[in-house]
Design a protein around this ligand. Structure first.
Ligand code: ZN
Length: 282
């Protein structure tokens, strides 16, 4: 991936007007259609407002409407900078860090991070070839048991194509009836699926998949091609980030964080800087 540096960022987006100009050009690549004039007309920036006005009739257009910036009083440059920060980190960045870097209040920083994170949800294409499947448990212990060593933690189910994409989501349970629809949605038949010895995966072959497993219980982690290192690597980045950066994450927001890490993982090999990819989703 091409590294998009802070120097480059400050050169591209020196102030609020530049950010608004970028947004306008991105949203209206063929010029702004003036509803009042009924045609695409020339527009000019309205002084000290986040708006452009039609050269002919003066009608205002607000590029921030219907973006995550709508109704925000935070300067656009700070929004762009927060996106830059979130897109540039590997393990995530806390609202506290955004507060420090941008100078906005903690509440604003938290809301910005939350809005930006909401852009990072993506559905990935069906996977094929060599695919790894695994579940993991996240969060502090709560009362009650929920199977497979969970002790009330939140269960996250993940599917990763080797050298490809990953998808991970909170799952209410790890019964076959719950997991197989997810597997079928994301993995094409005839793919080779690698799992550990968990019994819910017993019927993968009956569902039209090739299946190899590693016996973690007997301390075998890699046997030829049979391993689940890809998905486990992802779990470790996710957990390290959640522990180190976000400390405790409520179940309500956990999927948003998982989406953030999945997004970063899935775009790790992009030519385009991640900052630009996120920016184009606002
Ligand atoms: Zn007009």
């Amino acid at each position: 991936m091409i590294k998009y540096t802070i120097t480059q960022f400050n050169k591209d987006f020196p102030d609020d007007d530049t950010c608004l100009e970028w947004l306008k050009n991105y949203l209206y690549p063929n010029g702004i259609f003036c509803k009042q004039c009924g045609v695409v007309t020339k527009h000019h920036k309205v002084k000290s407002r986040q708006a452009y006005a039609c050269d002919r009739c003066g009608k205002h257009v607000y590029p921030m409407t219907e973006t995550i910036f709508e109704k925000s009083t935070t300067p656009l440059k700070l929004w762009f900078y927060a996106i830059f920060l979130i897109a540039s980190t590997r393990y995530g960045i806390s609202a506290k860090q955004i507060q420090r870097e941008t100078g906005v209040t903690y509440k604003t920083a938290w809301r910005m991070a939350h809005e930006i994170r909401s852009l990072l949800q993506e559905d990935c294409n069906p996977m094929t070839g060599e695919v790894e499947i695994d579940e993991t448990y996240i969060g502090s212990r709560k009362p009650g048991k929920r199977g497979r060593g969970a002790e009330g933690k939140t269960t996250v189910f993940g599917i990763a194509q080797r050298k490809g994409n990953i998808t991970a989501s909170i799952t209410p349970d790890i019964k076959s009836a719950t997991l197989y629809p997810v597997i079928k949605k994301y993995v094409l038949p005839d793919s080779m699926i690698y799992t550990d010895e968990f019994q819910a995966y017993n019927s993968l072959k009956r569902h039209g998949y090739n299946h190899k497993r590693v016996h973690h219980a007997s301390k075998v982690f890699v046997q030829g091609n049979a391993h689940t290192n890809t998905i486990e690597g992802f779990w470790s980045v996710l957990k390290r980030g959640l522990d180190g950066v976000y400390h405790s994450v409520s179940q309500k927001h956990l999927q948003g964080y998982i989406n953030e890490y999945s997004f970063r993982y899935n775009h790790r090999g992009d030519e385009k800087p991640m900052f630009k990819t996120v920016l184009e989703k606002v």
